[in-house]
Design a binder for this molecule. Structure first.
Ligand SMILES: Cc1cc2nc3c(=O)[nH]c(=O)nc-3n(C[C@H](O)[C@H](O)[C@H](O)COP(=O)(O)OP(=O)(O)OC[C@H]3O[C@@H](n4cnc5c(N)ncnc54)[C@H](O)[C@@H]3O)c2cc1C
Length: 366
């Protein structure tokens, strides 16, 4: 079979979420993925479902993020029931720490703005060190305080990716482990080429991370993205002490801690840097002094797929109707809206909803 309703290019978190959602809507779908050697943000992320601080200058993005977070409990249940994979999903609220008064004051202002822009949909709390210690007794004296949002949560992102692929295949989706090298559009049909074969479809979804940049112009779209490295440290497993995810430290359900995260402009270098590793570890120990003697067992660098303004790209093509392009650096958090809202829109052959128009890459044309 090489004729599909929709071909999804890219099997990372965005592609797999959309592909799963399309199969769920009864579409015949093929998902092409370059494979494990590709640069893949989905393999290196922190696993947060994170609302606080997202979209502070874009109420539309904040609302989109909130919607996704609200859909997470049912979505996680659905994926687990379908695949038998426990995603280690937890959503009991998250903290973002401030290590001095300036950080605390600007954090509070940022959260107040988010709440004010949300028409009552977003609420938060600011806690000082004393209040924080009642919930997280291990917090150190150099923490001034923290913001708390009850919508924040976390998940095992590798199990999420595995579950999305498994669920997609269970619903009849086809995964093709080959890179797409070319695509074109004629007579209402997309022709998608790998080095060995050509497949056809009525619609195509570009979700290929950085490759979107080269594939998009072939269907009248543009995806101006650039890499930004984030490094993450993983420690040995220790006794559970952290019952909430935080922006910099989270304890996985197996007991290991993940510490993050840096923001480095190093091109396509996925390596690690000892200075950054030290900074991440120092900050984590300042927050939780009990981590001082915990062994770090590995670290990795992974590349965020970023736009200049940090907001996602959701676009459809006017010259090649049926072509869509998506890019976001919150692929875990937004997995539910990609699988449920975006996919059902594509399945109905609709244009993207007007609430997403502001995320068209045309905003960079001015
Ligand atoms: C350090 C770090 C921490 C992060 N933490 C979080 C977090 O806590 N929460 C959160 O929500 N998000 C987080 N993210 C972001 C999240 O990982 C990404 O948003 C998400 O992985 C992006 O998914 P994607 O599908 O666009 O890209 P990718 O995951 O990069 O997937 C792209 C896929 O396309 C395939 N591909 C590429 N070219 C081709 C081609 N020509 N043909 C076929 N296939 C192709 C690749 O094989 C790859 O699988 C983090 C990212 C990083 C780097």
């Amino acid at each position: 079979m090489n004729n599909f309703d929709t071909i999804v290019i890219g099997g990372g978190l965005i592609g797999a979420s959309v592909a799963y959602g399309l199969s769920r809507s009864g579409q015949r779908v093929a998902m092409f993925d370059e494979g494990d050697n590709a640069i893949r943000a989905a393999r290196g992320n922190f696993g947060l479902i994170w609302v606080q601080g997202k979209g502070v200058n874009s109420p539309a993005y904040a609302a989109w993020t909130r919607k996704s977070a609200q859909q997470w409990p049912d979505f996680s249940k659905e994926l687990t029931e379908l695949t038998g994979i426990d995603l280690a999903f937890e959503q009991n609220g998250g903290f973002d720490f401030c290590l001095n008064n300036d950080e605390y004051t600007s954090r509070q202002a940022l959260m107040e703005k988010m709440a004010a822009d949300s028409s009552g949909e977003f609420s938060f709390e600011m806690l000082n060190n004393h209040e924080l210690k009642k919930i997280l007794p291990e917090v150190g004296p150099s923490v001034t305080g923290a913001s708390f949002s009850k919508l924040d949560g976390h998940i095992n992102p590798l199990l999420l990716l595995k579950a999305l692929h498994k669920a997609f295949k269970q619903l009849g989706g086809m995964v093709l482990s080959e890179a797409v090298v070319d695509l074109n559009y004629a007579d209402k049909t997309f022709k998608v080429n790998t080095n060995s074969q050509t497949h056809e479809s009525g619609k195509v979804v570009l979700a290929a991370g950085f490759s979107n940049k080269t594939l998009a112009p072939k269907v009248g779209l543009s995806v101006p993205v650039y890499p930004q490295r984030g490094e993450i440290l993983v420690t040995e497993k220790i006794k559970p002490f952290l019952r909430h995810p935080t922006g910099l430290v989270r304890q996985t359900h197996e007991g290991g801690l993940m510490l993050g995260d840096s923001h480095e402009d190093v091109g396509f270098d996925e390596g690690t840097n000892m200075n950054e590793i030290q900074q991440i570890a120092k900050r984590a120990i300042a927050i939780f002094p009990c981590l001082e003697n915990v062994k770090m067992i590995r670290a990795w660098g992974s590349l965020r797929v970023l736009t200049k303004d940090g907001l996602p790209i959701y676009d459809h093509s006017n010259s090649c109707p049926g072509a869509y392009a998506f890019s976001s650096h919150s692929g875990v958090t937004l997995s539910t809206v990609h699988a449920l809202d975006i996919a059902s829109c594509i399945a109905r052959d609709d244009l993207l909803p007007s609430s997403l128009t502001c995320f068209s890459a045309k905003r960079f044309d001015v």
